[in-house]
Design a protein around this ligand. Structure first.
Ligand code: 2AM
Ligand code: CA
Length: 269
């Protein structure tokens, strides 16, 4: 992809994500129709669907050859990252959107021939836009985010973790996860994977560990985090497959090996 295209794509995606966010803010107190998907806690609202349709319409009108991989199914049936693919979550953190009316984000990652080129994460209610173009650094509201600190001491690390690790007992022995919780300085659960990636990029948490995410939860975040020197793999250290679900460990590189070797692999069932 040449520079000119990237700039135009970046500007279009930025304009559309800000406009979509503004529409959501304007309707934040409107009555919602809430449905469930795979389970009673897997929520989708009319706002998720309307926002996704907004992006489908914008993208297909201007970039008819581009593909869309998106959560609510109005995009394309994308099986590979050939060509240019927009990977979009219209609302990441739908439960927060429904119950808190805040702490949710719109996430857009633009991939070209398998490479993540442009990422946006928009914290809609706080009006904070995280963005990155591959190789050009990551930004928060237009201000460059500095590279991650050289070293994070494990016992001073703060990590994002959702509590399914502790109650579902699927991938890893929960006792080992309890040891991890004790070994680090603190844990946080924000409820939006995209925002947790943004917080890793900002260095306000040092890592985020979760059992199962979809491509639209992570596509933008991976691009943004990598621009500041963060690393993303699945929880056993393998490359992420961007057209499948993955477990995810995104973190400062200095704590990656310890989390994988001393906790995940040790506790793996
Ligand atoms: P969502 O709000 O777009 O559904 C919550 O811990 C985070 O995990 C959110 O980013 C949420 O995205 C995502 N999430 C929740 N359930 C999920 C599932 N079954 N598969 C993949 N991601 C999920
Ligand atoms: Ca979503």
């Amino acid at each position: 992809m040449n520079k000119l295209n990237r700039t135009e794509l970046y500007e279009d995606a930025k304009e559309w994500i800000l406009e979509a966010g503004s529409i959501i803010r304007g309707k934040i107190n409107d009555p919602l129709i809430i449905n469930t998907k795979s389970n009673p806690n897997d929520l989708v609202t009319t706002m998720d669907k309307e926002t996704e349709k907004y992006f489908v319409n914008k993208i297909k009108t201007k970039y008819e050859n581009h593909l869309l991989l998106s959560e609510e199914g109005f995009g394309d049936h994308v099986k590979s990252l050939d060509g240019t693919v927009w990977i979009i979550d219209p609302i990441d953190g739908t439960m927060n959107f429904v119950q808190q009316k805040r702490n949710f984000a719109i996430s857009i990652g633009i991939y070209h021939e398998g490479v993540g080129e442009i990422g946006f994460i928009y914290d809609v209610m706080d009006n904070i836009l995280y963005s990155a173009i591959k190789g050009e650094g990551a930004y928060k509201n237009g201000v460059k985010i500095p590279p991650l600190a050289k070293q994070v001491e494990f016992n001073k690390a703060m990590i994002g973790l959702n509590h399914f690790w502790l109650c579902e007992n699927r991938l890893v022995d929960e006792k080992v996860m309890q040891q991890l919780v004790r070994a680090v300085r603190g844990t946080r659960t924000y409820g939006s994977a995209a925002l947790e990636f943004a917080y890793v990029a900002e260095g306000v948490i040092d890592g985020y560990l979760t059992m199962r995410l979809s491509p639209w939860d992570i596509a933008a975040g991976m691009i943004i985090v990598h621009e500041v020197g963060g690393v993303t793999t699945n929880v056993v250290g393998e490359d992420v497959n961007m057209v499948e679900n993955n477990s995810i460990l995104v973190c400062h590189p200095s704590i990656q090996e310890k989390i994988i070797n001393d906790y995940i692999l040790k506790g793996k069932k």
